[in-house]
Every structure is written in C-alpha cells, then in structure tokens.
Design a protein around this ligand. Structure first.
Ligand code: FAD
Length: 542
C-alpha cells in the first residue's frame, strides 16, 4: 500500500526526510477552529495561504498531493478515505510527524483509529533538539524522564534554567564554539544588547513579500468566512508564504539587520514595530524554515564578517546594512541564543509541563483582560503602541510582548489563561506550544518552572528602553495622583498584594527592600491609585 505522509499546517517543509519515504502527501485545511474565536485575519491568511502555496510547490515537484478542505480533521479524514481509499482506511499506511501541540498526536491517532485506520507518529524533524536530547540534559545521570513538574497550584517541583540548556546545546551542536570554549570566551553578551538607538536612527528596511493572487484570494475568503480581529487591510502583510520567500527573508536578515540586531534588541521606538529583529518566527513556526538554517546562516555570517563584541556601531559612517557590514559577536551570539536557547527550551518545557502549564496560576490572578487589549484604545503610549502593532501586523517584538503586553496584564492581575488566548489569537507566529510557556510561565509567572521571579517592571523600565514616555500623557516620574503613570502604582501594589508568594522567591529581595522603605500613608495612596487605575482599565478609560 501507499505510504501517505500527512503534514499539518505548521509542517510546511518540502525538504523533510519524512517525505523521502512517502508515496503521497495529505494536507487537511480544517476551518472549524477559526469559527469559535476571533483570530487575526493576517494569521489565518498566513497559515491557509502558506498551506495552499505548499500544496502547489509539492505538486510542481511532481508530488501526489491530496488537499482536503473541511470543517474538522475528522471530516477531512472521512473525505480522504472515501475518495482515495474507497472507504477502506485500513489500506492506507498513514504517517504524521508528532505535532508540537500537547496531546494532538494521540488525538489524531484516535481519529484515524475510530475510522478503522492506523496512524504512525514520526519524530518531528522541525525542531533541532529531540525529547531524548532534553531528557539526557534534564534527567540527570540515569537519564530518567523528569516527573510532572507543575503542580495544580502552579508551583513547580523543579526549575529549568534556559542558560544551562543553551550552553549544553552550544556544546552539542558546536555552534559558535572553538573546541570546548565559546567563541570569544563568553557564553553570553547580553549586557551589550540593551541600548536604545539615538533619535532619528532608521532601522534597515523590512523585507517585503507582496501578497500574490493566491494570498489575496485567501485573505478575501478569510474575511468573508470568519469573524476576525485586527486590521481588515492586507497592506501591512509582508510575510513570506513559501519556502523560497522564507529563504530570501533569512538572507535579507543576515545581510541587512543582523549587524544591528544585538545592540537594539531590547529597545522600543515609536512608529518602528520591527527595528532590527529578524521577523523570522512566522516562517520558522510554519516549517518554511528549519531552525538550523537561521542559526547556521548567522554563524557563517559571523565567520565571514565577524568583529569583536560591540565593535560595530549601526549609527556610524560605515553603517547602512550591506553584505559587507560587520557582524559583532554580541549580535550573532544573541540571535543564536534566541533560537537554540529560548525556542528549543520553551518547546521542551511545554512538553514536560503540560497539561498543568496551560492553567498554572500560582499568583491567583483572575481579572479579565482590559478592553484596551482588544481595541487598542488607551492613553498609555506603551500599551497603545504595542497593541497597535499587533492589530496592524499580528506582530510585536519580544520586549513589547514581555515588558509591555505581559507586564501590564501581570500587574493589572489578569488571568494567565486569558492572556494566553489573547496572544494565541492575535499573533501571526502564535501556536499553543510557544505561547503557553512564554505567556503563562514567563510573562504571567503562573508557574516558576522557567524563571525564579516575575518579569514585572514599573514605568521607569519602559522609559529607559523606549521613547514612548516622552509622548505619553501620563507622567512616568509620578506614582500617585491623577495623571501618574499607571504602571508605577500597579507595580508597587502588585508587589504588596503578592508579597506572600513573592517575597521569598529568588532575586526579589531588592524590590522588596524598596517597598519596605515606603511608609503606611504612602502605601495607602499607592493602593488608592492602583484601585483607580484598575477601574479605569476595566471600563476602557485608561
Ligand atoms: P527575533 O528577536 O529576531 O528572535 C529570533 C528568533 O528566536 C525568533 O524568530 C524565534 O524563533 C526565536 N525566539 C526568541 N525568543 C523566543 C522565545 N522566548 N520563545 C520561542 N522562540 C523564541 N514566539 C513565537 O514564535 N510565537 C509566539 O506566539 C510567541 N509569543 C510570545 C509571547 C510572550 C509573552 C513572549 C515574552 C514571547 C513570545 N514569543 C513568541 C517569543 C518571541 O517574542 C518571538 O519569537 C519573537 O518576538 C519573534 O519575532 P522575531 O522573529 O523578529 O524574533
């Protein structure tokens, strides 16, 4: 019988080894999930258009592809078995790369089994490291799989450290290594990656992949078929939807943006949603790029054009983003860490910590998300900018995600699961495996499985890393009284309110010593301001 490889919408890579052993390919475009919630129109367009382009690209390569449009995977399978196997699923030798989403492999295997067929689950090639690699690192000398690690209350019985994992993977893969030593002598150059650009600095232009007819058609259908969120226009949509475009996007990043990637990685600039970020997550998460490719490309660029950490000034005379621009080590290392450190790490933490991770809520936060997250309507510049970027592009860079969108929600007291859903619906690169550890664990501190303290910050952090506060009607210098930056009172009030859970946790001592310096009456006015801010936020008047 024919070997059929079923590929999911985030497995769109024509160079998979699994394709070598397949006689034919099945793609099921299931629509029902998007009826239930308002996804960003660009996200649905990106996924469906990429699937349709992938179908055509495989057929151009002479592949036998069955492409089914259905409400659900179950209905899609019915149609496939009826049309292609005369209603005899047992004749199909069906395989699937293990999905990244928790439980999805078993669920899909059950769907096939209920119909009388069988589904073989293969390793997912689209991650660099395997569950076995993780166990070898995490499981100690006996290689035992760690037990479930997140309890019902969200507290973890063990904590994983990204930095240790990252070094381990560098050693195992040899990326940016000289023998056993990291290139340059240090593992991490993050201290050089916290600058903000001077006024008037213009980031390298974002590579644009103009929507073709198929993408436009898909977008028109998405808008008609679903209730979507975010912009109705396709004007800002410039994501790669094919493997060829994704490769071009990678080349453009390495050529133009990598030199300034590190230095301004944490900066936020009004009107500049993209800065020097790679913008590659949508393509990597769809499978259009294998994560090894950007890492190896950056390593190669460093080998060719590399200079000492910090030795390239993106605002200097030699700047301008050309293929001759030097690549400072802090940029190359910073990028590599995001992918083989953070990306692989969050994927494994997700695998280990699900299903408890999705509902982890150790701080007992239960407020619904303020309406400003949906309509972008707020006077707070940081929040209106960040939400505006999401509405317009389905994208915001990592500091906006962590230190604005998550931080505001954390200090406000939002239910982590609700925030997770918001990210999942609104971002073009969002999948359950990647939002859940980032939003619930890192952003909301719903569990301490991957960090020892919350990423909580007052307005002064935003002021240091952005130019938003200068044009914000709220005063970042003030904590209390009308017109004071909402983040300030929320920050102190959050620390006071969550004292029991947080005071004893790692590295919170300094923050609590500042809180301890405040006297009763100051704490009372902070509390009053925080209550007022929360009321304004809840009623859409922030
Ligand atoms: P760059 O800054 O250029 O980074 C390079 C690459 O590193 C990214 O493309 C991505 O593949 C990887 N990466 C970096 N950090 C992480 C991380 N923490 N987890 C996983 N991969 C990482 N990433 C997603 O892909 N999808 C999401 O839905 C998502 N939601 C997030 C939500 C929150 C609250 C936070 C704090 C982070 C989230 N991230 C998510 C991680 C990160 O913010 C994005 O990967 C990054 O902003 C994507 O833009 P870029 O490609 O320009 O990234």
């Amino acid at each position: 019988d024919d070997a059929v490889l079923w590929l999911l919408g985030d497995q769109l890579n024509p160079d998979l080894d699994a394709l070598d052993d397949a006689d034919r390919v099945l793609l099921i475009e299931a629509h029902g999930f998007a009826d239930r919630k308002p996804y960003h129109a660009h996200k649905l367009t990106l996924v469906f258009s990429s699937m349709r382009h992938f179908r055509d690209a495989l057929r151009d390569r002479g592949r036998d592809v069955t492409y089914v449009k259905a409400e659900s995977f179950g209905e899609g399978l019915d149609a496939f078995f009826d049309d292609e196997f005369d209603g005899a699923p047992a004749d199909a030798d069906l395989r699937l790369m293990r999905p990244a989403s928790h439980g999805a492999g078993d669920r899909l295997r059950d769907l096939v089994a209920e119909r009388g067929g069988s589904l073989e689950l293969l390793d997912n090639e689209l991650f660099w490291t395997t569950p076995a690699d993780w166990r070898e690192w995490a499981g100690g000398p006996d290689g035992e799989a760690p037990e479930p690690i997140v309890g019902a209350d969200g507290s973890a019985d063990r904590r994983y450290r990204q930095e240790n994992w990252y070094r381990h993977v560098r050693r195992e893969t040899g990326v940016l290594m000289e023998g056993d030593e990291p290139v340059g002598g240090e593992w991490n150059y993050d201290d050089l990656n916290r600058e903000t650009p001077p006024d008037g600095w213009e980031p390298p232009e974002r590579p644009r992949f103009e929507p073709d007819d198929l993408t436009r058609e898909t977008h028109a259908w998405v808008r008609e078929r679903f209730d979507t969120w975010g912009t109705d226009s396709l004007a800002g949509f410039a994501w790669p939807v094919t493997r060829a475009e994704a490769r071009e996007a990678l080349d453009a990043f390495v050529r133009d943006r990598l030199p300034s990637f590190g230095r301004y990685e944490d900066a936020m600039v009004e009107g500049e949603p993209f800065l020097s970020h790679s913008l590659l997550s949508p393509a990597i998460n769809l499978g259009l790029l294998d994560p090894r490719e950007p890492v190896r490309a950056v390593e190669a660029a460093y080998a060719e054009r590399g200079v000492e950490p910090g030795a390239y000034d993106p605002t200097g005379d030699d700047a301008g983003g050309t293929d001759r621009s030097p690549v400072p080590l802090n940029a190359a290392e910073g990028f590599v860490r995001q992918v083989i450190g953070w990306r692989e790490f969050t994927r494994h933490v997700y695998r280990e910590a699900m299903p408890a991770l999705a509902s982890a809520n150790q701080l007992d936060q239960s407020r619904p998300l303020p309406p400003a997250y949906w309509d972008g309507d707020t006077e707070m510049r940081c929040l209106s900018e960040a939400v505006g970027h999401v509405r317009e592009y389905g994208y915001a860079h990592h500091i906006e995600r962590l230190m604005v969108l998550s931080n505001v929600a954390l200090l406000y007291g939002t239910d982590p699961a609700e925030l997770n859903e918001w990210f999942h619906l609104g971002f073009v690169d969002a999948y359950h495996w990647v939002t859940t550890p980032n939003v619930v664990a890192m952003g909301s501190f719903g569990t301490d499985v991957l960090s020892s303290k919350p990423y909580a910050a007052s307005g002064s952090y935003v002021n240091r890393m952005s130019d938003y506060c200068a044009s914000c009607p709220y005063a970042v210098s003030r904590t209390t009284g009308e017109g004071a930056c909402p983040l300030n009172a929320l920050y102190w009030d959050f620390l006071a309110e969550k004292e029991e859970a947080l005071r004893g946790t790692g590295r919170m001592g300094l923050m609590y010593s500042h809180l301890d310096d405040k006297d009763e009456s100051e704490l009372t006015t902070i509390r009053e301001r925080a209550v007022a801010v929360r009321e304004m936020a809840a009623s859409g008047e922030l």
